[in-house]
Ligand binder design. Structure first.
Ligand SMILES: *Cc1c(COP(=O)(O)O)cnc(C)c1O
Length: 391
């Protein structure tokens, strides 16, 4: 009766993936052990050769890690998830499992900086080439595909300008060429957006962000069909960027409150974006939940709320932007996002500080741009903090 597919995400977030030990613990147990004991030589042999299910060694997997993987897979509506030590190790493991020398990748130009570094500096060493295209221009995606294109990769909404990529259309482009579409679903989480249901083949997560949601641990995951996730698991158990049981336990607890947190982040962010849009010192606001966002309609067909990330441009360029960053007293000056605590950054001088001013300008990362990860503080306290900064 209670099959995962019939349960609401709010229920899956607290119940999916639960197994109990002989002690009948109510909350999930944390299995801090590197290896598992077997009863006989024969059992060891059967488990090592995969003829008998069971735990062997925590680089391969661990009961706490498995519980996290099952709960996340249930939320994404996927057959399988494999957990990794960080978001970047999820992306690396996916690339190692699904790409080989001579392959080509088409990627959104608005990707997380380390993903771009990974492709440009490291994957290129092994003969994998990449073409970057506009997150929003469908013809660029189609035109960039080559006979050797194996993988298309995007983030939506993008960081920090909240551009929306059309998942359904880009999935069609990938599939018409026998390529895979991978979506980094970090900003929305499965609570706000389910890329697999819209045609994506694999989802990657930085669980460090909203899934933990309280800024404590690093973690990541690759989610999709068993056929596509199994090769990622085989790489992981060999190479070792595995999630620790401790971090898995923290993330498992994070998932339990993810639905209510994502709704609260989105509500606060919409109120903050609405306030900023009306402020005379603000030139522009980027938030997909605002009707004035150029892709608001598309965003609302893909997401069930706007999410927690708001960016805005202040008049007066870097000087004014830095004044605001320096003036806030409640909001934390730190680059992490997805935390209960609101955070503020000036992308042009931090996350995007190493690219040339011309490239930055072309990417829309202007000197007056400020990014806020809207936390769970009371909205009027956040507005008051920014108000004194803007003043
Ligand atoms: C943070 C982040 C990553 C990398 O995750 P880590 O857990 O820091 O390794 C990847 N993609 C996006 C969109 C991110 O925000």
């Amino acid at each position: 009766m209670f099959e995962d597919e019939f349960l609401h995400p709010d229920t899956l977030a607290v119940r999916a993936g639960t197994t109990r030990s002989q002690f009948g613990e109510h909350s999930d147990a944390m299995y801090l052990t590197s290896s598992f004991v077997v009863g006989s030589a024969e059992e060891a042999s059967l488990k090592f050769t995969g003829q008998m299910p069971g735990f062997i060694y925590s680089r391969f997997t661990n009961p706490t890690v498995t519980a996290f993987e099952e709960r996340l897979a249930a939320l994404e509506g996927a057959e399988r998830a494999v957990a990794t030590a960080s978001g970047m190790s999820a992306i690396l493991s996916l690339f190692m499992a699904h790409l080989k020398s001579g392959d080509h990748v088409v990627a959104s130009a608005s990707l997380f900086g380390s993903t771009i570094q990974l492709l440009n500096v490291y994957l290129s060493k092994f003969g994998v080439s990449v073409t970057y295209v506009s997150a929003t221009d469908i013809t660029e995606w189609a035109d960039a595909c080559q006979p050797n294109t194996k993988l298309l990769f995007l983030e939506t909404p993008s960081n920090p300008l909240t551009e929306i990529s059309d998942i359904r259309k880009i999935a069609d482009i990938a599939h018409a060429r026998g390529a895979l579409l991978v979506v980094d679903n970090c900003f929305c989480t499965p609570i706000l957006q389910k890329p697999l249901a819209m045609g994506a083949d694999l989802v990657v997560h930085s669980a460090t962000k909203y899934i933990d949601g309280q800024g404590r641990v690093l973690g990541g995951a690759v989610v999709g069909s068993s056929a596509l996730v199994d090769p990622v698991y085989l790489f992981l158990r060999t190479a070792g960027p595995s999630l620790s049981a401790f971090n898995a336990w923290v993330l498992l607890k994070g998932l339990e409150t993810l639905p209510i947190r994502m709704r609260a982040h989105s509500e606060n962010a919409l109120k903050l974006a609405t306030y900023l849009q009306a402020h005379p010192a603000v030139e522009q606001v980027y938030y997909p939940g605002l009707p004035s966002h150029p892709q608001h309609a598309l965003a609302m067909t893909q997401q069930n709320a706007g999410g927690g990330m708001v960016s805005f441009v202040v008049k007066g360029g870097r000087e004014q932007a830095w004044k605001i960053v320096d003036a806030v007293q409640l909001i934390s000056r730190t680059a992490n996002l997805g935390d209960t605590r609101s955070t503020i950054t000036h992308p042009a001088s931090t996350t995007h500080g190493r690219i040339t001013p011309a490239a930055r300008e072309a990417a829309g990362i202007t000197e007056g741009l400020i990014r806020i990860s809207v936390g769970l503080e009371y909205i009027n306290d956040l507005i008051a903090d920014l108000e004194q900064g803007l003043a």
